[in-house]
Design a protein around this ligand. Structure first.
Ligand SMILES: [Zn+2]
Ligand SMILES: [Zn+2]
Length: 299
């Protein structure tokens, strides 16, 4: 195989902030942010094995991870945290309430646990991580705005209702993993027990497609160029319904749906764009290699 780096065109900027949804949905969540040789991950809600496989499938190096931030203790956010912490000595940052609610089987050993007060701003390497409260049916849940290299990335799922903290932080984001959990009609007509339906719409459950779009319409966040629709329900939503709810924003912003079943593309983020890093790159003519396609992996 050819040594790929020698053939990278000069204008292909690879030294920047990269993000990836490793998993998204009620079957597991993990959101990755990388800058140079450091990375953080918000939640590891799939098995460590699956997390590792999906990282590898996008050419990502797990050894770069400097911290895992935990949004709350539901298993779709913590399932693989312990495995990551133990194998790679990664510290797990969480609120006191999250630690209290975390089942023993998901709890990393105490040496890996770093507590914060919701509202704190954390520093991890080059990353500044703003933690903020959200309405959800656990004791002390939070969302995150990750600030690095002049770019702000929101990780905002499992939110029962719009709130001031969400508005404040979303207004500062360039890119956001934003929950669009359910279609209201599908949930109403679906097979979930009445009690569970009530929980989801209670204001401490999840955001519907419509509620999520309403927030974006109301705020009109000035910097937000890319919305990554996340935590899509299997039973009560479809990617095309989530996209349809955001139709009106497509002319001014990039909208994508994060898959429940695989890692997203690796995306390179700047303050004005969010572009997939291609799995294959075309070598420009000036290198005398017209039309040659090379497989491309990050190292
Ligand atoms: Zn969840
Ligand atoms: Zn939850």
């Amino acid at each position: 195989m050819l040594t790929l780096h020698r053939f990278l065109p000069d204008n292909l900027v690879l030294d920047g902030v990269k993000i990836c949804s490793i998993a998204s949905g009620s079957n597991g969540n993990a959101y990755y942010v990388e800058y140079r040789d450091e990375a953080i991950v918000v939640d590891v809600g799939v098995s460590f094995r699956k997390f590792f496989q999906r990282m590898s499938s996008r050419g990502l190096d797990i050894r770069k991870i400097r911290a895992v931030l935990i949004s709350h203790e539901h298993s779709d956010h913590v399932y693989g945290v312990k495995g990551l912490c133990h194998r790679y000595q990664v510290p797990a940052f969480m609120s006191r309430g999250t630690l209290k609610g975390l089942k023993i089987k998901y709890r990393p050993e105490s040496g890996c646990i770093k507590l914060f007060e919701t509202g704190d701003t954390l520093s991890v390497g080059n990353f500044k991580i703003h933690t903020f409260a959200k309405p959800h049916d656990v004791e002390d849940p939070c969302s995150f705005r990750v600030e690095v290299a002049g770019v702000n990335i929101g990780i905002m799922t499992d939110i029962g209702a719009d709130c001031q903290e969400l508005d404040t932080h979303l207004s500062q984001c360039h890119v956001a993993f934003l929950e669009a959990n359910y279609d209201e009609k599908m949930l109403r007509d679906g097979s979930y027990p009445q009690e569970l339906k009530h929980r989801i719409v209670s204001g401490r459950g999840h955001l519907s497609n419509i509620q999520s779009a309403d927030i974006v319409r109301k705020l009109n966040p000035p910097k937000l160029h890319t919305i990554l629709l996340s935590h899509i329900s299997q039973e009560n939503n479809k990617p095309e319904l989530a996209m349809a709810a955001f139709e009106e924003f497509k002319s001014s912003r990039s909208i994508r749906v994060m898959s429940r079943h695989e890692a997203s593309d690796l995306m390179l983020v700047t303050d004005s764009s969010c572009k997939s890093v291609p799995a294959q790159i075309e070598i420009p003519d000036r290198l005398d290699r017209p039309n040659l396609q090379l497989e491309f992996n990050f190292q």
